[in-house]
Write a protein that binds this ligand. Sequence first.
Ligand SMILES: Cc1cc2nc3c(=O)[nH]c(=O)nc-3n(C[C@H](O)[C@H](O)[C@H](O)COP(=O)(O)OP(=O)(O)OC[C@H]3O[C@@H](n4cnc5c(N)ncnc54)[C@H](O)[C@@H]3O)c2cc1C
Ligand code: SF4
Length: 507
Amino acid sequence: MIVPEAERTGARRERADVCVIGSGAGGAVVAAELAQAGLAVSLLEQGGNHRSADFDQREDHMFPMLFEDAGLRSTRDGAIQILQGRGVGGSTVNNLGTCVRAPDPILEVWAREHGVRDLDQLPDAFARVEHELGVRRITREELNELNRRVERGSSLLGYRGKLARHNRIGCVRSGFCILGCSYDAMQSMRVTYVPRADAAGARIWPNCRGERIEVGAGGGHVVRASLQGARQEPQGELRVEAPVVICSAGAIGTPLLLQASGLGGSAVGKQLHLHPSVTVWGIFPEAIHAYYGIPQAYYIDEFLELERDPASGVLLLPTASFPSMLASELPGFGPELFSYLRHFDRLGGLLTLVHDRSAGTVEAGFGGRPSIRYSLGEADRRELVDGVKHSVEILWASGAERVIVPYQRDPLVLRPEDGTSSIDRRGLREGIIPMSSAHPQGSCRMGADPASSVVGSFGELHDTPGVFVADASVFPTSLGVPPQITTAALADRSARHILDRWPALGR
Ligand SMILES: Cc1cc2nc3c(=O)[nH]c(=O)nc-3n(C[C@H](O)[C@H](O)[C@H](O)COP(=O)(O)OP(=O)(O)OC[C@H]3O[C@@H](n4cnc5c(N)ncnc54)[C@H](O)[C@@H]3O)c2cc1C
Ligand code: SF4
């Protein structure tokens, strides 16, 4: 049940078998699986419990409601915008629905180089999660105009691509997924696993921020949390006593929580990967309305050859934007910016996502807010340049007349006869072109060695029995593909591991 208002004031206390902190792709899955198995689960979520009727498709309302820092979170130097969801369901509420399983070459690296055990359990976990989320492949007939053109353009150039698998049922193709689905078609955790947890008796605390975990001498742990009202005004305090605590606050929130609690060792907050991305924008001769229809329904994986090299590559994904988002992604101000924005109906983007070797750090900064340091290494910058050049060529082959490469100073607007060598000459690095990340991961990684990893193969902290991590922060390396389904499958596997060890783990 969603804990009623009357129980939220003052100093509150409850006992549970398991306390889960964060309700996104990882937290919702462990909470539902453990509650359905009969454990008493408390699920704490710092954001609100929104209804689909709250999603009014307006950027100025939805960014503050659904995103961390209203969508303005970034690396410390401001160079890379980091998009993360906030609210019951986490980032699955405002993501694009693409579901790609962890590629085998990546899992082999996790096993071979990081000592992660029993990854052969993952295919079953993927199958269960995909069934629950209604994952299916998008058909060619469902592609919107941008995705259709990009598929044609990349095929003409001989590049490998795929129709994506998505978790949407009854989608009316409105295109608003990032602003929350008003039609409950997106099978986010908010409409799938969280209601399952609720039906199985989990106590769900929205607007409840896990502040720290205190480790009990006899194994019983205490989670201290603060309760807020709908406008984030302080409301009360919550103390949850539980033998098992699961941190699922995402790849930025979980390391902060562990650091505030003095848990996890020196590797906490290290090895943060971002899948940093740059988008170039094609201007097509006629309106293509790229913002309508199913976003990101096709992707090009020609340049992600993980069998050959599991540590590098780029994925190219068609992308569209809403007016304010687009204004922040295009170069210039005033008349210059308007000269691009006036083509709104004719613009379609191609995003180059880097499977990054570069790794950053997360720690608490001013007022406990995250301080995220990240800089792209030389090899990743080269991958990015190659990816962006391919993106420009694919947009031309897709019918774009010109392509905007949005350098903040002297942007390039390239026609096919211009070629792409100017991108080589200028290079790409943080601060000179907008970069973003919607996939933070890896800041509390799994592994066999406590010196270089935070959790073992099933997410339990090396240094604290009974405290687990179940979210994207456990990835030992960058995944290279969209991470939601892998996060959920690993969480399903951790839940089964906890149940296998129950009731001993609960004593
Ligand atoms: C705009 C966007 C588009 C995306 N598109 C895709 C896509 O198409 N396909 C894909 O695979 N992935 C996509 N992703 C990424 C995917 O959604 C995430 O990788 C995935 O949800 C990560 O799961 P998680 O459990 O680690 O974190 P999240 O799902 O982010 O959940 C973490 C939750 O913890 C809460 N929290 C944080 N700190 C605390 C605290 N101290 N106390 C209580 N609660 C806390 C947060 O509010 C949040 O609700 C997208 C993400 C975004 C933002
Ligand atoms: S495109 Fe589909 S899933 Fe996305 S908001 Fe519209 S109806 Fe929902």
